[in-house]
Design a protein around this ligand. Structure first.
Ligand code: ADP
Length: 397
């Protein structure tokens, strides 16, 4: 079966067509600037790339063009739309309404639209728009919703509850949901496979470190805690997000800066994090360069990021009562030896021994960067969220 994976943003739509027999990516691409002047599709297939410049006023026109590209006589990889067995849609937030990958029915669509938008106002409405467009263009093809939050649904109550009034948790659903679940799931499974163990035998801390960063405790193959909270603002400081901060400081800052609630949330999401600390950039490559040139605020931003990430690793080792493996993934986790070294430094007491020379190397695929004999294995594993979405969709069918 071939599965189309769709990740719709408000003005973008990324896709991959995956053959589930071989798990090979047959075609992939992305539409940019939907509803804006200069919209275009960059599509790959058959080892070739093609750019389609076309006015795309909405997601329906965009998905029609994607289907056209999939059947194109140059870069096309299918003869008819009927070859697509199902579509898997990435959805950021599920609240408590969906605990796992869900087949789309009119009822499901209604719940998605009426209940979850306020949990992820930037992401979920876009996913629903992409979904509606696909339903219109492919009315007979099954659609699945794959949630970033599902992998975290196994967290125990003591881990996901905030210390607020229980009645308010019940009434408003305010609790920890986490994010990047497909990534944490993928890399923790890959780690078990690499180590030749069953997931049930392992206590793993997975560090998804990218523009958004989250750390998860995966005990016996199940997520038992994660650093992102009610929204992806929580946890470690990130590119432009503050990470966790005393709620009273938020109120104090809002008052001093004359910001209303919405503006304050925007401030914490867009102007803080390593970009706010360094005053230079949200990109870790720029911070590395700045720190090397003696910029103390760039160095501080990196120190804070490594320190906060390390604290989650330690906390999760304690939460699980042990640690067998640390996994680094996503843009920073896969590409920054400095961050990996900074996070692992000082964790020797837990049995973590990094091989610094190995860690400095760039290797394709899974890369073991712990020293021979290190009690805790340290692995760099490239993430593949699309493959997880395709697998979940195929399993559901
Ligand atoms: P997203 O969360 O948007 O999916 P990514 O996982 O692609 O983000 O991560 C993007 C980040 O990865 C960039 O902002 C950059 O800081 C970081 N990054 C990419 N390459 C490197 C590198 N060679 N060294 C350090 N950081 C890097």
């Amino acid at each position: 079966m071939k599965i189309l994976v769709v990740n719709a943003g408000s003005s973008s739509l990324k896709y991959q067509l995956i053959d589930m027999e071989t798990e090979a990516v047959l075609a992939k691409g992305g539409v940019e600037r939907i509803g804006l002047p200069g919209s275009l599709l960059k599509a790959k297939g058959n080892g070739k790339e093609k750019v389609y410049e076309k006015d795309m006023p909405n997601h329906k026109v965009a998905i029609e063009l994607v289907l056209h590209a999939l059947q194109d006589n140059e870069i096309g990889v299918i003869k008819s739309m009927d070859e697509i067995g199902a579509v898997g849609h990435r959805v950021v937030a599920s609240g408590e309404y969906f605990k796992k990958t869900t087949l789309v029915t009119p009822e499901v669509l209604k719940t998605l639209e009426e209940k979850t938008f306020e949990l992820a106002p930037l992401h979920n409405p876009a996913a629903a728009t992409g979904l509606r467009a696909c339903i219109e263009v492919m009315p007979k093809t099954p659609m699945a919703l794959v949630f970033d939050t599902s992998f975290h649904a196994t967290m125990p109550e003591k881990a996901y509850m905030f210390g607020i009034k229980y009645e308010d948790y019940k009434e408003y659903g305010v609790r920890k949901y986490g994010a990047h679940g497909t990534s944490h799931k993928f890399v923790s499974k890959e780690a078990a496979k690499y180590l030749g163990k069953k997931p049930e035998e392992l206590k793993i801390v997975t560090c998804h470190l990218g523009n958004g960063s989250s750390i998860s405790a995966v005990d016996g193959g199940k997520c038992v805690d994660t650093s992102m909270g009610f929204t992806p603002l929580d946890g470690v400081l990130m590119g432009t997000r503050s990470g966790c901060i005393d709620a009273s400081a938020v109120e104090f800052l809002a008052r001093k800066k004359g910001l209303n609630h919405a503006d304050m949330v925007t401030y914490l999401n867009k102007q803080c994090g390593v970009a706010g600390i360094s005053g230079v950039s949200s990109d870790f490559r720029d911070l590395d360069n700045g720190a090397k040139e003696g910029n103390a605020r760039c160095a501080l931003a990196l120190d804070m990021f490594n320190y906060q990430t390390k604290k989650f690793v330690g906390a999760y080792a304690a939460a699980m009562g042990g640690l067998d493996c640390i996994v680094f993934t996503a843009g920073i986790g896969e590409n920054s030896p400095g961050v990996r070294e900074g996070v692992c430094e000082g964790l020797e007491f837990l049995g973590v021994q990094l091989d610094k020379a190995e860690n400095a190397k760039r290797v394709d695929g899974i890369h073991e960067v712990s020293a021979k004999g290190s009690k805790v294995k340290v692995l760099v594993i490239p993430t593949n969220e699309e493959l997880v979405i395709a697998r979940e969709t195929a399993e559901l069918l």
